[in-house]
Structures are given as C-alpha cells and as structure tokens.
Design a protein around this ligand. Structure first.
Ligand code: ATP
Length: 300
C-alpha cells in the first residue's frame, strides 16, 4: 500500500465498533477495515491491573486488526488505556484475557520484530548517539561482522538526518535530535512493526512538525507497519491511515475507527485547506470533545 498514490474517496468513513453513536456527516460502515484478517491482531482483549484498592479494569473487549504496512493512530483522553494497548502489542505485558498476535504468532514477550519508541527517548546517557544505535543493531544482527553492524548503524542515523551528530552524547543534543536517535535505534533493527508512544509529545510545535514530516518520509520508504499513540488530532490525521478512538476508562473500549482517505505523499501545507482533512479532524473532535468529553476517572 505504501509507496503508491492512494485513490481518494470523497468522505472519510467511521466504523462503529461499540455502542457509541456515530457522527452524522460521515458515512458509517459496520464492517469496514476489520473484514480482512490483520497482520497485527487483538482479539477479545481485556486488561485488568491488581492495585491496593482491588482489581482495576483498564481495557475491555478490545478487537482490532491492523494490516501490514498500515499506519494506525490510537487516540483518546488521558488514562483511557492507549499505552496499555501499545504495551500489549509490544509484548511488554500480557493480556488478562484474549490474545494479541503478529503475523499469525501469539505475542508472548518483547522482540526485535516489534520496536518501540518512547516519549522520553530512553537513550543511555554515557553512550554516543552512534553507540546507542549500534547496541540495538548488534542485539539483532548478532551474526554480522563489526563493519556490517557499523554500516547499519550509520545508515539508520543518516535516515533520520543525524550522521553529523553520531559522536555526540545525548546530553549534547536537542530534544528533537534525541527523539530522532530513538527512531533511528528502532528502525535500525529493521522491525516489522514500529510502536510509538507519543514520540513527539515533549517537543515544541516546530520540531514536532519537522519530525512528523521526516517520519512520513521514512515510513513511505520502509513500508513499516506503525501503531502510534497520540493526543494530537492534527498529528493523527496527518500521519495515519486509520485512527482508533478509545472511550474513556475504566474498562475502555474502541469507540470508533476513522478511515483517513487522504492520498500519500501527504503535505501538511496543502492539507491545511483540504476538505477531507477538515472532515476527519471534525469527526475526531466530535468524538473526543462532545461524546467522550473528559471526566476524571479513578485510576489504578
Ligand atoms: N501497572 C498498572 N497498575 C495499575 N494501574 C495501571 C497500570 N498501568 C496502567 N494503569 C491504569 O490503567 C489506565 C490506563 O493507563 P494508560 O497508561 O494505558 O493510559 P493512557 O491512555 O496511555 O494515558 P496517557 O494518555 O495519560 O498516557 C489508567 O487508569 C492507569 O492508571
């Protein structure tokens, strides 16, 4: 799918996957986007946490199919369970009930085929950018020679435009550059799936825009399957093929899934006046700020 110009239907479609009412001006299709078996599959997943106050139901009845090469954004209010769902896809946690699988195999733990990018970059401060990335490359391509590992490391840094800063330590580079090293580290492992937990959340607006554009280019090139958690409506519409909207917790569910029928490559300046872009934005805002208007929830 990536690398081709996609045809642009007239309106975005919202698939309703729970009892949440649908948006009036977008067409509703009950089975859209979930009819094809997915590369990533979340089947009847429930996630409950044990807390001092008792069991806390974070997620309930989550069903989601993600196609190979698809870019999916997870959006919802704070505390609804986006990171919990991403962690299940990463294999950092196991579901209380249900299954999560990738390419037909049940996910039982973290692995290099699914690389994670965190909001706080999580680089090792005593290593240079090059060595931070190299460590990840070595952990995956163990059989390769040192020079081959170096080449892969260099290529990953070049992909995010950071070859010039390879020798610097994380404390010597900006927040945006640290995030780019985190992305390079994830990409260097040639993962099948890139999982991103608010990767640009801590950055200023201009740096965020630049990294979003870079990510668009990288994903076009690598044809990665991407699942990204975000709070940002514009980021979701700019980047994603589909946007999964989660209801407020506890026991959060997928409220609706919005198809983003905007062709690629995408250009943020042209999209500013694009009617499909505006309609997708409106559908998300309606879900988040009208039908899921935030109320403080008890937490675990
Ligand atoms: N290990 C845990 N033990 C107990 N409760 C937890 C645990 N992890 C998450 N929770 C609770 O589960 C709910 C979902 O948390 P999660 O971090 O997935 O939400 P989120 O949508 O990613 O939030 P945010 O957007 O603020 O990052 C929250 O109420 C949180 O307090």
């Amino acid at each position: 799918m990536k690398g081709q110009t996609m045809l642009r239907p007239t309106f975005p479609t919202v698939s309703t996957v729970s009892t949440v009412s649908t948006v009036s001006t977008v067409s509703t299709v009950s089975t859209a986007s979930t009819a094809t078996p997915g590369f990533l599959r979340v089947c009847n997943v429930r996630q409950t946490f044990s807390t001092p106050k008792g069991e806390f139901p974070a997620l309930s009845e989550i069903n989601l199919e993600i196609r190979r090469g698809e870019f999916v954004a997870l959006i919802g209010h704070s505390g609804c369970g986006k990171s919990t769902l991403l962690n299940l896809l990463a294999g950092l946690a196991s579901p209380t009930a249900g299954t999560v699988s990738c390419d037909g195999e049940v996910i039982r733990g973290p692995g290099p085929r699914r690389a994670m990018v965190f909001q706080n970059h999580s680089l090792l401060p005593w290593l240079s950018c090059f060595d931070n990335v190299r460590m990840a490359v070595r952990s995956v391509f163990r059989a390769e020679s040192a020079s081959s590992v170096d080449r892969r490391t260099q290529a990953a840094l070049e992909m995010v435009g950071l070859a010039h800063a390879a020798h610097k330590k994380p404390s010597e580079i900006s927040g945006g550059m640290k995030q780019r090293v985190g992305i390079a580290r994830a990409l260097s492992m040639e993962p099948q799936v890139l999982l991103m937990d608010e990767p640009f959340g801590a950055l200023d607006a201009l740096t965020r825009a630049k990294l979003q554009d870079e990510l668009l280019g990288i994903v076009e090139k690598t044809e990665s399957t991407v699942v990204m958690v975000t709070h940002d409506v514009d980021e979701a519409v700019l980047l994603a093929d589909r946007i999964v909207m989660m209801t407020n917790g506890p026991a959060a569910r997928i409220g609706e899934i919005l198809d983003v029928p905007i062709g690629r490559p995408r250009d943020r300046v042209s999209l500013a006046t694009d009617s499909t872009y505006a309609e997708c934005r409106r559908a998300l805002m309606d879900f988040l700020y009208r039908r899921q208007a935030h109320v403080e929830q008890p937490t675990g």
